[in-house]
Design a protein around this ligand. Sequence first.
Ligand SMILES: Nc1ncnc2c1ncn2[C@@H]1O[C@H](COP(=O)(O)OP(=O)(O)O)[C@@H](O)[C@H]1O
Ligand SMILES: [Mg+2]
Length: 246
Amino acid sequence: MAQPLVVLQDVNKHFGDLHVLKSIDLSVDKGEVVIVIGPSGSGKSTMCRTINRLETIESGTITIDGKPLPEEGKDLAQLRADVGMVFQSFNLFAHKTILDNVTLGPIKVRKKSKSQAEKDAMALLERVGVQEQAHKYPAQLSGGQQQRVAIARSLAMEPKVMLFDEPTSALDPEMINEVLDVMVGLAKDGMTMIVITHEMGFARKAANRVVFMDDGQIVEQATPQEFFTNPRSARAKDFLAKILTH
Ligand SMILES: Nc1ncnc2c1ncn2[C@@H]1O[C@H](COP(=O)(O)OP(=O)(O)O)[C@@H](O)[C@H]1O
Ligand SMILES: [Mg+2]
């Protein structure tokens, strides 16, 4: 039986007068990989950011594993550990080595011993293919390598779900696939993932569902096959026509 892990119900959010999330309902099952796609400014990032409470909401509910999001303190730190997030701009700590970037959270938040955290971190760095870079600093790595480190750093917290906000859009073209390959591997291993991306190759290979957003609303949801070959709404047709001609 599919079990909902992330559930948003009637979620609303404004930035000033701008209604950026309009009655969002979204349920993501354990092990499911959901792609969020839609025009710039449609609210994709804001929606993802509400899920680990980088943004607050005004009404509605969000639950992870059946529990409402905590508001502050220790519980909030725990939530951030349970909900991994990878951004477009890798956000590694520049003055820390790759290994320290990956072990920091597990030591501080998960209370792992340094030796255990380092052992686990090395295994993760190997999994994403950058174990040889462990003692370097972020600036010494390529963008693709840094983004793979960012993924390893999130995984080190043993998250229940991983959010990705355009993880490949700051990368040079030749580095996109090395990051997508790591993400496809994660999906195959059963990680629950919500991924904002326009990479259709990833959507076709790894996604169970595409969620199309426009103007703060979820306009349609379908399998990748259905969505890309037979979008139902005029807005999705229009959007796909634009990205496909690029
Ligand atoms: N911190 C903010 N303050 C004010 N407006 C914001 C803020 N963040 C996003 N917005 C606005 O909210 C809308 C949705 O933005 P966003 O969620 O980033 O969209 P997307 O990720 O789909 O491009 C946009 O109009 C954007 O300009
Ligand atoms: Mg965005």
